[in-house]
Design a protein around this ligand. Sequence first.
Ligand code: TRP
Length: 426
Amino acid sequence: MRSTRVLTGITTSGTPHLGNYVGAIRPAIAASRASGVESFYFLADYHALIKIDEPARIQRSTLEIAATWIAAGLDPERVTFYRQSDIPEIPELTWFLTCVCGKGLLNRAHAYKASVDKNNAAGVDPDADVTAGLFMYPVLMAADILMFNAHRVPVGRDQIQHIEMARDMAASFNHRYGEHFVLPEAAIEESVATLPGLDGRKMSKSYDNTIPLFAPREQLKKLIAGIKTDSRAPGEPKDTEGSALFQIYQAFATPDETVALRQAYADGIAWADAKQVLFERIDHEIAPMRETYESLMRHPERLEDLLLAGAAKARAIATPFTAKLRHAVGLRDLRAQGTEKQAKAAKAALPSFKQYRESDGQFYFKLVDAQGKLLLQSAAYASPKDAGQAIRALQQDDAALAQFAPVGGISQQEVAQALHQLRDVA
Ligand code: TRP
């Protein structure tokens, strides 16, 4: 099977906090280490422009978020880690999708509708202060996803609608121009906790209740001391239910450690002592990463290099794919008048599968190159359907090659190359 492509973007509009770490960064990095997945993580800086018009803040946030993901263990060799604005093909695809996206679909987007509702409630023009950027946000996001034909997109619940819209645009484009896009699915991580913030509500920049992930040790300690608790005195048993402190601890601790703190609550641990326990536990996990983070923040050139290398990797996919899409929609070299004859000639220059039946009544196929040279010979199949299935397996994945005996004088590599050629035009 071809590997699953997983892709997600992080808007560069803030400083990562503990809630982002527990809810998104840590699970994403763990998932990127699984086998059989190809991960794409990117800094959505074009998206940040929709919300922020302070250039220095955009730059700062981009630096902080890049440093955070690397410090938290993302391996840029293993995944494709890049900055959206380094991929000029993305705004180009945004336009292609804009032209197949119904305006009504965008009218129904939650983020846009919320702004309109607010304006209506305030009795001002419904579109007051609504930029076309906000309106078009779902199209840009669809381009991010469809450019890399991602199968799965890990996002928060608030983003599910955007994935559905991306699917809609992919289907509209495919319908008009042929099967170019995979229809993506949202992946919602059910088991991951949402972290409460200092005031007990969900930790979020919009509530101003966050603990920055890489706050220096002393500041971390101070912030944790400010977590809201009840007024129970030392020695009085405490409730774990509804305790933000306990929930944050749980997100970092092992099950055994959690059981121990639960017992300490029952035994009447003083809030100050519980906060000390929490502080040490978080610092234990964060301190080594914080060191890497601080070093990266002192060396932005390292991050810049790393992002540019990531962009090159991403563009190795995006550039040829965009060329194919341009052709599909009719943005073409004028000298190459699209004729049947040319299409036929192009096809004749490719290797091909030939299916046939022998006098033994069994079904076979072979792969031959453009000149008719034999590259691969199948064994017998009982039915044409079985033979077809084996061909499809080969078309999808080189691994299927292992089942075939080599043809004399033909290297495995030569066969694989022919298969890749066929895949590239598929
Ligand atoms: N809109 C997403 C958010 O605010 C960020 C984002 C941009 C994104 N492009 C994406 C997420 C593509 C997933 C896939 O969280």
